[in-house]
Ligand binder design. Structure first.
Ligand code: ZN
Length: 411
């Protein structure tokens, strides 16, 4: 079932423009399991849906079976020497912080970064900066974003709705206030509103559990920053320390009782982990934590360049992947990243991954796996009939980086 009700009601663009379009490209990555690179790729779309995808000659032959008009009325569009991939999904962003680009500490750890962050006009979101950030996402092939907002969810959703992007507008619960009783107000455009929890050290277990329960009852994903940095690990293990003091000074979790557990174990004990909780970061996870995540089937969103910018280390990508955990990528915000380009995130991982990381497995992190993680796999994540007609073009130099690596393995 689609997470986006607007997809199922009202006339789609095909009612206005009944002419299918047949795209042709040198290569296509459908991300359909088991399918590799399709050479001389064809993608037939009608309105906002894909009718057929595969080798161009096969798609051409299928037109009489799947298109409502004759071959003569299909509009051909040759995209040339490019590699098409499904539209990209950014599984973690904070558009409300777009005005803070280049204004935070880098490489000095979480405490230094958060201090530099709260010294800024953190919640004075700037619509123009948000629009520029959205435009950058769209220009690099992003079609859906999971956006987190603490104070400016309405504004972010308004800017996203105006952009035409698909989006999940996560309202972030933080602190020890009143737990949410219902879903946030639903946005316009191509969006759904849902709940996120900030983190285990900043938000009470009661608030997190309630936000999670409301999300589950509505069939919506829930998002939680989890195991991002050493200060989080120590505050949950034994409490105290400069980070706890900083939180208390800001009136956050003044009476926090350290559970004496790892972040992942504590999230599990609060009943927060299941297939619909997107665990964001998971940098500080040991083998037992990875076992818990795998057992709970909790998807993990990695934000590799944000982790590097802040200086918290890097998640054990290889072990998380080996454990069969659904993995996806997020850019995080411009307060901890230089841009919101998911291809740059893929490149960062590819260049540092220990061991082989194939092209489709890597692209799945920003397409098929991300769609699964957010519960939008019915509509997004692969190029196949019935899915939303949204695709991206993989940068050639990135494609070549994978090709060279594969060639080096083969030879
Ligand atoms: Zn975040």
């Amino acid at each position: 079932m689609s997470l986006f009700p607007t997809l199922m009601t009202g006339p789609g663009p095909e009612a206005i423009r009944p002419c299918p379009i047949l795209f042709r490209a040198a290569r296509g990555l459908t991300l359909v399991p088991g399918q590799g690179i399709v050479h001389d790729f064809g993608l037939l779309i009608l309105g906002q849906r894909i009718l057929a995808a595969g080798p161009h000659a096969e798609v051409l032959a299928r037109i009489p079976m799947c298109a409502p008009v004759g071959l003569g009325q299909v509009e051909p569009r040759d995209l040339g020497e490019v590699t098409l991939a499904p539209g990209l999904i950014n599984a973690h962003a904070h558009l409300e912080m777009s005005h803070l680009k280049g204004r935070t500490a880098s490489g000095q750890g979480f405490l230094a970064w958060i201090k530099s962050l709260v010294a800024q006009p953190l919640y004075q979101a700037e619509p123009a900066a948000m629009d520029a950030a959205i435009a950058q996402m769209q220009a690099s092939g992003t079609v859906l974003v999971a956006d987190i907002a603490t104070r400016n969810a309405g504004l972010a959703a308004e800017r996203l709705a105006a952009s035409g992007l698909w989006f999940l507008s996560f309202h972030e619960a933080i602190g020890q206030g009143k737990p949410p009783a219902a879903l946030p107000p639903q946005p316009g455009g191509r969006g759904r509103a849902a709940w996120a929890g900030h983190a285990l050290y900043s938000t009470s277990g009661q608030v997190l559990a309630r936000a999670k329960a409301v999300s589950n009852a509505a069939g919506l994903p829930f998002s939680l920053h989890l195991a991002e940095h050493d200060d989080e690990v120590s505050i949950l293990d034994h409490g105290g320390g400069p980070f706890a003091e900083m939180l208390a000074a800001r009136g956050i979790m003044k009476h926090f009782d350290a559970p004496g557990k790892s972040p992942v174990a504590h999230a599990d004990s609060l009943g927060l982990l299941d297939g619909k909780t997107l665990c964001v970061h998971c940098v500080k996870v040991g083998d037992e934590d990875i076992n818990i995540l795998a057992r709970c089937k909790a998807p993990v969103c990695l934000c590799p360049r944000s982790n590097e910018h802040i200086g918290v280390g890097r998640a054990p990508w290889e072990k998380l992947m080996e454990a069969g955990i659904t993995l996806c990528l997020g850019t995080d915000s411009l307060a901890s990243n230089q841009d919101l380009d998911l291809w740059a995130e893929v490149r960062f991982v590819k260049e540092r991954f220990q061991g082989p990381l194939g092209l489709t497995r890597a692209v799945a992190l920003v397409t098929r796996e991300a769609a699964r993680a957010l519960g939008v796999g019915t509509d997004f994540g692969t190029l196949e009939p019935g899915k939303i007609a949204a695709f991206s073009v993989m940068p050639e130099d990135l494609f070549n980086l994978f090709e060279r690596a594969d060639h080096a393995v083969a030879s």
